[in-house]
Ligand binder design. Structure first.
Ligand code: PNS
Length: 163
């Protein structure tokens, strides 16, 4: 089965990467899909977020079944267009559950039989979120355990631009 791994990924973290690699071992294809969440204000544009994702997967040469794309619309419309029947989300803690339940049920109502699979985030990354990464780096903290060097470079560029 091929599956979509959707998210804001602002930016993609090693927590996302861990979920991605575990999924890639269990699904025929994993398509990372960078989307917009209307509830969020982003630091990186959708293209920058895709470029970050591409940088992570260029190093994952052992997994040839990982692809990436962006879409500025509904997840299920992308799924219908490219013939995907399922998506994948990582779950860090109970806090994530309510939103995930809502999204999974909304998507399955809008697109009959569209399933959402969940993987539990590795405990090492259970507290890592894109928001935590942004807060720490903006205040000069070390985020190298949580995101790639490329992400740190992109952050530094952004922070310099805004000065
Ligand atoms: O990383 P996030 O912000 O938790 O991901 C949420 C995301 C982007 C997957 C969700 O907001 C989404 O699917 N956005 C695209 C628009 C859409 O299909 N919304 C319906 C979901 S209820």
């Amino acid at each position: 089965m091929k599956i979509i791994y959707p998210g804001s990924f602002d930016p993609f973290t090693y927590g996302h990467y861990d979920v991605l690699m575990r999924a890639a071992k269990n699904f025929e294809e994993v398509r990372i899909l960078v989307l917009n969440n209307m509830q969020k204000k982003y630091m990186f544009s959708i293209t920058e977020r895709l470029n970050i994702v591409k940088d992570y997967i260029k190093d994952a040469k052992e997994q040839k079944n990982i692809t990436a794309d962006t879409y500025e619309g509904l997840l299920i419309d992308y799924a219908k267009k490219y013939n995907y029947k399922a998506s994948l989300r990582g779950l860090r803690a109970v806090d994530d559950f309510e939103m995930e339940l809502q999204m999974a049920n909304a998507n399955r109502t809008l697109y009959k039989n569209f399933e959402t699979f969940f993987l539990m985030t590795d405990p090492n990354f259970s507290f890592v979120s894109s928001t935590v990464v942004k807060q720490v780096i903006i205040h000069g903290g070390d985020v190298s355990l949580w995101v790639s060097d490329y992400v740190i470079e992109m952050f530094e560029k952004k922070l310099n631009e805004s000065m």
